[in-house]
Design a protein around this ligand. Structure first.
Ligand SMILES: Cc1ncc(COP(=O)(O)O)c(C=O)c1O
Length: 437
């Protein structure tokens, strides 16, 4: 305190931090002592090479969307929204309230808090077609983020060595989850209005697959939505083939120009297994989502969840439920929609003005991303590295393809920090493309 002119509180905080870093030991009643520094010895991990054998999963390490950001870089690579898009006050208040409930000290049911199950079910009831019985609260399983739900669904309903139809391009995390389960991916091309139902039918027929993973609403990466006709026709094919449609409604709350129309609302025989996530609209820190399934499929997924995680933290479930049932929640969603619209427009204008070589085929009607095609022959990996050295982080489109990419693409996320830097991002992208041309 004397040497640095600091208060006792500051010194106490500094000592706590040193202790957390393992640099000092505090012994009550004796004092605080500097730990002896052990000389670092390089460990020998060579034995793991033969213990682990060859890698069976194609994607090595983390996706480029998950890489840590460099300070001051413009981040168009990540998949989660920045803080100013989130209902920060509601989340903080909900967490404080949740910490005072029973949920803070008890374990939750495997399928989730009944009130939260009921909320997810009520959301589906609101969009169900007339005459169709929507899923009930009993059909809802609360999960810690839909990513882990994808793994469970692929494990429980498809299984190792079995084929699974997927749109191409599709979400890299679904490709990764499927590959980790050992599922064989069968790509079906998908465009502005979704896949061609005849292509889906042919793929079912030629592979004997019994499941199709798809994003009919605001797909990641393209931001497109299936037309109602495509949705109906694909559901007909799925029914006729006695198969499942795994509907990933990750961006339900992220609409910009269109309303979500979940296909699960047209199904009552358990063909649609539905995933809905709150991590992008409530908070990435409240990892709460749901998988909705009926019949024996529900029981198989439930058993998988129980084996994998037993249950989701009740505090997170209670807080998420608190946020989505606040009177301010609909206003938050409306505000988010306006902000996403403004951000999308600014990014599109910035790319058009400074990187006219980049072609955006579809303006995303929802979601958080612009999917952009680069001039033919562009080396996407080299472009991403070139942009990174100039302070712009991008996601290479390669990761969204279950097989070879159909062209050179990048994904630009418009929900990150600091949209005022989008014009600068456009300039960096344009200059990097000119350098590589
Ligand atoms: C299509 C899609 N599905 C699932 C997820 C996983 O979301 P979470 O695990 O955060 O619910 C994401 C995340 O970006 C996504 O884009």
């Amino acid at each position: 305190m004397a040497e640095h002119g600091a208060s006792p509180v500051t010194v106490h905080k500094a000592i706590r931090q040193l202790s957390v870093l393992g640099l000092v030991d505090s012994r009550p009643g004796v004092g605080t002592f500097v730990r002896t520094v052990r000389p670092a010895r390089p460990a020998d991990y060579g034995w793991q090479t033969s213990a682990l054998g060859a890698r069976s999963v194609r994607v090595a390490g983390l996706s480029s969307t998950q890489r840590a950001s460099v300070p001051d870089a413009i981040q168009l690579h990540s998949g989660y929204p920045a803080r100013d898009l989130l209902p920060e006050r509601m989340v903080r208040a909900a967490l404080a309230r949740a910490s005072r409930t029973e949920a803070a000290l008890t374990r939750s049911p495997v399928a989730g808090l009944p009130e939260l199950q009921a909320w997810f079910a009520s959301q589906l009831a609101a969009t169900a077609s007339a005459g169709v019985t929507p899923p009930s609260a009993r059909d809802v399983l609360v999960i810690a983020g839909s990513q882990s739900g994808l793994s469970s669904v692929f494990r429980a309903l498809v299984g190792p060595g079995q084929p699974l139809l997927v749109e191409s391009p599709t979400y890299w995390g679904a490709i990764l989850a499927a590959e980790q389960v050992g599922v064989t991916l069968v790509p079906v091309p998908s465009g502005a209005h979704g896949p061609d139902p005849d292509d889906v039918d042919r793929a079912f027929a030629s592979t004997g697959a019994r499941a199709f993973y798809a994003q009919p609403t605001f797909a990641n990466p393209t931001g497109t939505q299936w037309s109602p006709d495509t949705g109906r026709a694909v559901l007909d094919v799925v029914r006729a083939r006695g198969a499942f449609l795994v509907e990933d409604d990750w961006a339900h709350d992220l609409s910009i120009d269109a309303e979500p129309r979940p296909l699960v609302g047209q199904d009552e025989d358990g063909h649609v297994v539905y995933l809905r996530s709150l991590t992008k609209s409530v908070s990435p820190a409240l990892r709460v989502a749901a998988v909705v399934a009926r019949g024996p499929a529900h029981d198989r997924i439930l058993a998988d969840r129980a084996a994998e995680t037993m249950y989701v933290s009740g505090v997170l479930q209670a807080a998420a439920l608190d946020v989505v049932t606040q009177p301010g929640w609909p206003a938050h969603l409306r505000g988010m929609r306006h902000q996403l619209h403004a951000r999308r427009e600014l990014l599109l204008e910035s790319v058009q003005a400074h990187a006219p070589q980049v072609h955006v085929e579809h303006v995303p009607v929802g979601g958080l991303n612009v999917w952009a095609r680069l001039p033919d022959g562009t080396d996407v990996g080299q472009l991403v590295r070139e942009c990174e050295t100039r302070g712009l982080l991008l996601a290479p489109g390669t990761e969204w393809f279950p097989a070879e990419p159909s062209g050179p693409f990048i994904r630009l996320n418009f929900s990150g920090e600091n949209p005022s830097r989008f014009p600068e991002a456009g300039e960096v992208l344009g200059n990097a493309l000119r350098t590589l041309a």
